[in-house]
Design a protein around this ligand. Structure first.
Ligand code: GDP
Ligand code: IMO
Ligand code: MG
Length: 424
C-alpha cells in the first residue's frame, strides 16, 4: 500500500505528525519535492524533533528513508540536520537514508541570490524562507544545475562548482550585492560532499523494486497545495509541485504505483509569507498566538491565521484526488464559542466555488461563511472518536460535506499519541 500525504493548504498543516503516525505500518518514507524550506515537527515520547530535509520516518528504527530526485538538497544544511538528529539519539547511516543522485544541489550562493531577489522586490516580496529554493529550481529548469551525482567525484565537483560560483557571482553583482567568497563556498560544499557520498545512489530502481515487492511506501509531502507552482496563489508560491503529481515526478514511482492520497489540513488555516488569504482573521490570530501556537518551525515567524477555507480545500481535494483528510489541531478551536467555515467566495457580485487564477482577483474575494456552534471543552485528553463532544463531530461532518472529502483522522494535540481515527 503506497500512500501520499500532501499538505492541502499553505503548508504547516501538521504533515510531520501525520507521517510519523503512519510510519509504524510503512517500510519506506520518501520526500519528493521542496528542500530545507520545509519544517516538519514531530513530538514523540516527550521529545521534539524538527525535520527539514530528512524524511520523518528516520525517527522510527528499521525504516528506509529516501530523498528523491525532485528535492533540492543543500549539502551543508543536510549534514547539519544529520548532526542535530544524531545528537537527539537518532541513528543515521546509508542503511536508512538514501539520497537520489538526480536531486539538485542548493549552494550557499543560491541562498544569497534568494535574499537579494527578495530585497529587490521590496513591498512585493514573496516572503520566502531564504533557503535558496527558488534559485535552485530555476537553475534546474535553465539546465545549468548541479546534481548530487556531481558530488561523487571530488575533482569533477571542484571544476563544476568553480564554474557555477563564477556565474552566480555575476548574478549577485547585477542584483547590487557583493560577490560571495568562492573559496568559502567551495570548501563548505566539498566538505559536506565527503559526508554525504556514501548515501548517494540511484533511488529510482530502489523504490520501484520496493513497489513490486509489495512494500508499504509513504510519501511525505512538503509545503502545501496552495504553494504549488501550478495550482497555488502564483506568484506567492514555492518553486515546486507540492501537489500529488509532484510525488511521482519527484521520486520516479509512476502514478500506477500510488494507492491512497491523504490531504492534511488544520481545523483552521495558517499561512507564512505574503499572498492572498481570504479567510484571514486578526482576532483568531491573536487568540492562537496568545496560546503560544502558530510560530514557524523553520523561520520562527508568527503565522497568519484564519478560518477554514472550503474554497481552497475543495479545490485542493479536487486536483490532488484526496481519498480522505487528516485534520490536525482540532484542539486549537476548543475555546471558540462559534466556528466559521468559508463555503464560497464573493467576487464582483458572483459566488465562486473555486479560487480564481489572477492574484488581483484573489485579493478582491470576500468569504461567505457558515457558522457552527463550538464545543467549548478540552478535547486533548480524548483517546477515541466516541469521546469527542457532539458539536465537534458535527463540525467534522459539515467540514467534509463542504469540501467534498471526508475527514479520516483528527489530531487533538501535538504528541504522536494524540491522533484519533474517524470511523467510516
Ligand atoms: P508541517 O510542516 O506540516 O509538518 O507542520 P509544522 O510542524 O510546521 O506545524 C504544525 C504544528 O502543529 C507543529 O507545531 C505541530 O507540533 C503542531 N501539531 C500538529 N498536529 C497537532 C494537533 O493535532 N494539535 C496540536 N495542538 N498541535 C499539533
Ligand atoms: P512545510 O513543509 C509553510 C512558503 C514561504 C513563502 C513561499 C516561498 O513546513 O509545510 P520558498 O522559501 O519556498 O521559496 O518560499 O512558500 N513556504 C512555506 N510555508 N510551510 C512550508 O513548508 C513552507 N515552505 C515554503 O513562507 O511564502
Ligand atoms: Mg512546517
Amino acid at each position: 500500500m503506497n500512500t501520499l500525504v500532501i499538505g492541502s493548504q499553505w503548508g504547516d498543516e501538521g504533515k510531520g505528525k501525520v507521517i510519523d503516525f503512519l510510519t509504524e505500518d510503512a517500510d519506506i518514507v520518501v520526500r519528493s519535492q521542496g528542500g530545507s524550506n520545509a519544517g516538519h515537527t514531530v513530538i514523540a515520547h516527550g521529545k521534539k524533533y524538527v525535520l527539514h530535509l530528512v524524511p520523518s520516518g528516520i525517527l522510527w528504527p528499521g525504516k528506509l528513508n529516501v530523498i528523491g530526485n525532485g528535492v533540492v538538497i543543500n549539502p551543508t544544511s543536510l549534514v547539519e540536520e544529520m548532526t542535530y538528529l544524531r545528537g537527539l539519539g537518532v541513528e543515521i547511516s546509508p542503511q536508512n537514508l538514501l539520497l537520489s543522485d538526480r536531486a539538485h544541489v542548493v549552494l550557499p550562493i543560491h541562498k544569497e541570490i534568494d535574499a537579494a531577489q527578495e530585497e529587490a522586490l521590496g513591498d512585493h516580496k514573496i516572503g520566502t524562507t531564504k533557503q535558496g529554493i527558488g534559485p535552485t529550481y530555476a537553475d534546474k529548469v535553465r539546465r545549468i544545475g548541479i546534481r548530487m551525482a556531481d558530488l561523487m567525484d571530488p575533482v569533477h565537483l571542484e571544476a563544476v562548482l568553480k564554474a557555477r560560483i563564477m556565474t552566480a557571482n555575476e548574478e549577485l553583482v547585477r542584483l547590487g550585492h557583493p560577490a560571495a567568497n568562492p573559496q568559502e563556498t567551495l570548501s563548505a560544499v566539498m566538505a559536506a560532499a565527503d559526508e554525504l557520498r556514501s548515501h548517494i545512489t540511484d533511488t529510482i530502481p530502489v523504490l520501484n523494486h520496493a513497489v513490486k515487492a509489495g512494500k508499504n511506501i509513504l510519501f511525505e509531502g512538503a509545503q502545501g497545495a496552495m504553494l504549488d507552482i501550478d495550482f497555488g496563489t502564483y506568484p506567492y508560491v514555492t518553486s515546486s509541485n507540492t501537489s500529488a503529481g509532484g510525488c511521482c515526478t519527484g521520486s520516479g514511482v509512476p502514478p500506477t504505483g500510488i494507492d491512497k492520497i491523504i490531504g492534511v489540513c488544520k481545523a483552521y488555516t495558517t499561512r507564512v509569507g505574503a499572498g492572498p488569504f481570504v479567510t484571514e482573521d486578526a482576532a483568531l490570530a491573536d487568540y492562537l498566538h496568545g496560546l503560544g501556537r502558530e510560530f514557524g518551525a523553520t523561520t520562527g515567524r508568527p503565522r497568519r491565521c484564519g478560518w477554514a477555507d472550503g474554497v481552497v480545500l475543495r479545490f485542493s481535494a479536487m486536483f490532488n484526488g484526496f481519498d480522505e483528510m487528516a485534520m490536525t489541531n482540532l484542539d486549537g478551536l476548543d475555546a471558540c464559542e462559534e466556528i466559521k467555515i468559508c463555503t464560497g467566495y464573493k467576487l464582483d457580485g458572483r459566488t465562486l466555488e473555486f479560487p480564481p487564477a489572477l492574484i488581483s482577483a484573489w485579493e478582491r474575494c470576500t468569504p461567505i461563511y457558515e457558522t457552527l456552534p463550538g464545543w467549548m471543552s478540552d478535547i486533548t485528553k480524548c483517546t477515541s472518536w466516541e469521546q469527542l463532544p457532539p458539536n465537534c463531530k458535527a463540525y467534522l461532518k459539515r467540514f467534509g460535506e463542504i469540501i467534498g472529502c471526508p475527514v479520516g483522522s483528527v489530531g487533538v494535540g501535538p504528541d504522536r499519541s494524540q491522533t484519533l481515527t474517524v470511523p467510516h
